[in-house]
Write a new protein. Sequence first.
Length: 238
Amino acid sequence: MPQPKVDIVSTTTFKEVERMRALAKPPVLQIGSKESIVDRSPRRWRNLFPAADFVGLDIEAGPNVDRVADICADFDTLDAALGGQRFGFIICQHVLEHVRKPWLAARNIQRLLRPGGHCYIGVPWVQAFHGFPSDYWRFSFPALLELFEELQFVDMYYSASGTGFDAAYKVLIDDRVDLARTPFDIEAHFFQLEFDERRNLTLADFHGGKKLLVATGYMPVLFVNALGHKALPGQNHA
């Protein structure tokens, strides 16, 4: 049997977000919506859906927040905060690494998503510690498969950052996205910097001085971005 052809192809976050936006059906829920520097951009999520029923959810009140609740709370509490609403498109970007129990967040997200709806999840694979209020987890794509068992993932890409027009990369198998056959161990070969022992010692030897900024001087920053679909009743979830 012939070996599949594996290609790494370039794309951009802009292109991938536009593809997702074309699939998205309201109402839209953004988890972790409190305004940051990114959210002041003209291309923030709320601005991408100007005519949609859009709800911003965050653990604390602030700009761009419509409902205050913990995505890891018991579902009845979360459901009450959202008025029993179900969503056709859910955005969960730069959130799961900051929650203590991401499996609870994943369970609640899947329950809030309407059958036939889509969910976009953006998580770090490699990134420096950044506490909001703390920072617990890093995720590979197979980890998302474990967390979101009720979703069928239909697309995935890697990005150098989470938003904007930056470089992004897709893995194609025989010229198409085929997540069932994608060898995700490629992360170790394509997206990891390795230096020889002498170079490692030079980088790690602080001589009692200022700490090295490892994230900018040594490690790449890489995000895993995945789009999941919740099947309609009677549809096959393969």
